[in-house]
Design a protein around this ligand. Structure first.
Ligand SMILES: Cc1cc2nc3c(=O)[nH]c(=O)nc-3n(C[C@H](O)[C@H](O)[C@H](O)COP(=O)(O)OP(=O)(O)OC[C@H]3O[C@@H](n4cnc5c(N)ncnc54)[C@H](O)[C@@H]3O)c2cc1C
Ligand code: FES
Length: 500
C-alpha cells in the first residue's frame, strides 16, 4: 500500500516555476487548492487583468489533494443545528451557497472540458442507532426548509443495515486532483500566472495596495486573497476562531460490487464512504477517525482501526493508498469568507469543516463579488467579523492550555524518563541529547534529525506524529517535517534547530 493521497498520485498536475522577481498584479491569490484556483479562474473570467497564484509547495499539496472528493450540500448534521442556533434564514443561505458551489463545479468542469470523473450519485447520512433517528428526522426537515431536497429512508445500497438515513439525491463525486489540474490549465490558458514553491512569508497593506513577499520575489497587487486553509501568522485572529481536525483515508479495491452512493455515519467514530474508479473500476474511498490535530493520539492506531473496520465491512481485494489530512472547523460551523477585519484589500476564506469543495467554490464566488462590488446574498452568513460561539472559543483556549500542559508534563516527561532514550530507525520523540532536551527522529537510514519541539506560531509544545513522521501542534494545527520545515497551519517560520 502506498502512503500518499490517491488523488495526487493519479493526477497529472502541471508544474510551474517559483517566483524570483518583483512584479505587479491586479489580484494575487495565495494558495493553490480549490479556493485559490477557483478564485483565480473566476477572476480571469471576470476581466480582472493580471492574476497571479502563489503556492508554497505544489498545486494540490494541501487539503484539496487529500480530500474525500464528495461534492455535496449534505454536510453531516448541519441544517438542524444551523437553523436552531443562527436562524432559518442563515441555514437557507448556507444551503444556497453550497448548492451554488456544487453547480459551479459541474459548470466549470463542463465549460473547461475537465475530465475529472465527475459522477452524479445520492448521498446518505446514516445511523446504526435507533435512538438517533430523531436527529436525522430533524436534519431532513431542516434541510427541506432550507430549500434542499432531503428524504428519510431506511434502505441504502450499503452492505449493512442502517437504523435510519437521510438521502440527498443528485449529488456529485469527482477526482479532485484532476479537477485542480483542469482549473490550473484553464487559468493559465486565460493568461493567469502560477508560481509554485513560493511560500508567502509576509504581507501588508500600504498605499492602497497589498505587498506580498516570498523568499526570492515580491508582488504588489490591488487585492490579495489568502486561500491557505488558515491564514498564516496571526492575521484576523482566525487561528483562535477555528480548530484543526485531522482525518484518515484509504483507497481500496473491492472483490464485490462497490456501492454507487456516497455515505457518512453520524455515529462515532464516523465513517465516510464513496465509490472510487480504481484501475479495474471497482474501488472505494473510506475515511474517518477524525481528531484534533496534534492531540496526544496514536495516529498509527487511527489508521489501523479504520483499516480493520474496512476489512470487516467490505470484501476488500487490496488496500492501495492511505493518507491523512486536516481542515479547520469554526465554532458555529460556518466558514469565514470575505475581507480580513481591519483590511481594505485583503480577503480570506477559511474554516470549511471538511466541506470545502462546495463551501470553497462558493467562497471564490463571494470573494469575486466583494472585490467587484456586487452584492451577494450569502455573504452575511459567512461574515469574517462575527465572533461566533464565544463559549466554544473559551473552551478551545482551555483545550490548548490543557494539551500544552499534557504534552510538557506527560508525554515529554515520559520520554525523558524512558530508560532507553536512544531512538531506533523509524522512531521519533522528545529526547535528551548531551543534556539538551530536543525533538529527534531517526530515519530508516539511521540519520538523526533534531529540532526544538516548540511551535514557531505561538510557542505551544509539539507532538511527534509517528504515522506521518511530522511534528504536530494541537493549539492551531501547525505541522512541521522531521527537519522542521512548515507543512501546514498558521506557522510561518521553520522550527529552530539546536545549533541555531
Ligand atoms: C480528510 C478530509 C476529507 C475531506 N473530504 C471532503 C469532501 O468529501 N468534500 C468536501 O467538500 N470537503 C472535504 N474536505 C474539506 C476540503 O478538502 C477542504 O476544505 C478544501 O480542500 C480546502 O481547500 P483550500 O483551497 O482552502 O485549502 P488547501 O487545499 O489546503 O490549499 C491551500 C494551499 O495553500 C498553500 N499555502 C499554505 N500557506 C501558504 C503560504 N504561506 N504561501 C503560499 N501558499 C501557501 C498550501 O500549500 C496549499 O496548497 C475534506 C477534508 C479532509 C481533511
Ligand atoms: S499552531 Fe499556534 S502555537 Fe502552534
Amino acid at each position: 500500500m502506498r502512503h500518499l493521497s490517491v488523488w495526487t498520485a493519479t493526477a497529472d498536475l502541471p508544474s510551474f516555476p517559483s517566483l524570483d522577481d518583483d512584479i505587479g498584479a491586479d489580484l494575487v491569490v495565495v494558495g493553490g487548492g480549490i479556493v485559490g484556483l477557483t478564485t483565480a479562474l473566476l477572476a480571469t473570467q471576470n476581466g480582472f487583468g493580471r492574476v497571479v497564484v502563489l503556492e508554497a509547495r505544489t498545486l494540490g499539496a494541501g487539503t484539496t489533494g487529500s480530500t474525500t472528493g464528495k461534492v455535496s450540500a449534505q454536510h453531516g448534521l448541519t441544517y438542524a443545528s444551523l437553523s436552531k442556533r443562527l436562524g432559518e434564514e442563515a441555514a437557507t443561505q448556507y444551503a444556497r451557497a453550497n448548492q451554488a458551489g456544487l453547480d459551479k463545479i459541474v459548470e466549470l468542469a463542463e465549460q473547461m472540458s475537465i475530465d475529472c470523473e465527475l459522477t452524479r450519485a445520492p448521498s446518505y447520512l446514516y445511523t446504526h442507532e435507533s435512538s438517533r433517528r430523531k436527529d436525522l428526522i430533524d436534519e431532513a426537515e431542516a434541510a427541506n426548509r432550507a430549500g434542499l431536497s432531503a428524504e428519510l429512508v431506511t434502505d441504502t445500497d450499503l452492505p449493512f443495515q442502517v437504523a435510519s438515513a437521510v438521502r440527498f439525491g443528485d449529488q456529485v463525486h469527482f477526482h479532485p486532483g484532476k479537477y485542480l489540474a483542469g482549473l490550473a490549465q484553464a487559468f493559465v490558458d486565460a493568461g493567469g500566472l502560477i508560481y509554485e514553491n513560493s511560500r508567502v512569508q509576509s504581507f501588508h497593506e500600504r498605499g492602497g495596495q497589498v505587498h506580498v513577499k516570498t523568499a526570492r520575489g515580491a508582488i504588489r497587487a490591488k487585492h490579495a486573497l489568502l486561500a491557505t486553509l488558515l491564514p498564516p501568522g496571526l492575521t484576523g485572529g482566525f487561528f483562535a476562531r477555528a480548530k484543526p481536525i485531522r482525518s484518515y483515508a484509504f483507497a481500496v479495491r473491492l472483490s464485490e460490487q462497490a456501492p454507487v452512493s456516497m455515505s457518512l455515519s453520524i455515529d462515532q467514530p464516523s465513517r465516510s464512504i464513496r465509490p472510487w474508479r480504481a484501475p479495474d473500476g471497482n474501488g472505494l474511498i473510506i475515511g474517518g477517525n477524525g481528531h484534533q490535530t496534534g492531540d496526544s493520539t496514536d495516529e498509527q492506531a487511527c489508521y489501523e482501526d479504520l483499516q480493520r473496520w474496512t476489512s470487516n465491512t467490505f470484501d476488500v481485494n487490496s488496500f492501495e493508498f492511505r493518507w491523512s489530512a486536516q481542515d479547520y472547523q469554526t465554532f458555529d460551523q460556518v466558514p469565514y469568507v470575505g475581507k480580513v477585519p481591519l483590511h481594505k484589500s485583503l480577503y480570506v476564506a477559511t474554516g470549511f469543516r471538511k466541506w470545502g469543495l462546495t463551501n470553497g467554490t462558493a467562497a471564490a464566488m463571494m470573494v469575486i463579488d466583494q472585490i467587484t462590488g456586487r452584492s451577494n446574498p450569502w455573504q452575511k452568513v459567512f461574515d469574517t467579523t462575527r465572533i461566533g460561539d464565544t463559549k466554544a472559543i473559551v473552551e478551545a483556549a482551555g483545550h490548548n492550555l490543557k494539551s500544552g500542559a499534557e504534552l510538557t508534563g506527560g508525554h515529554l516527561m515520559r520520554a525523558l524518563r524512558s530508560p532507553e532514550p536512544e531512538l531506533r530507525p523509524g522512531e521519533g520523540g522528545i529526547v535528551k541529547i548531551k543534556g539538551d532536551t530536543v525533538g529527534a527522529y531517526r530515519d530508516h537510514d539511521g540519520q538523526l534529525h533534531v529540532v526544538r519541539p516548540t511551535c514557531t506560531h505561538l510557542g505551544c509544545p509539539l507532538h511527534w506524529n509517528k504515522a506521518e513522521t511530522s511534528w504536530d501542534c494541537s493549539c492551531h494545527g501547525s505541522r512541521f517535517t522531521a527537519d522542521g520545515d512548515v507543512l501546514d497551519g498558521p506557522a510561518k517560520a521553520p522550527l529552530h534547530r539546536p545549533h541555531d
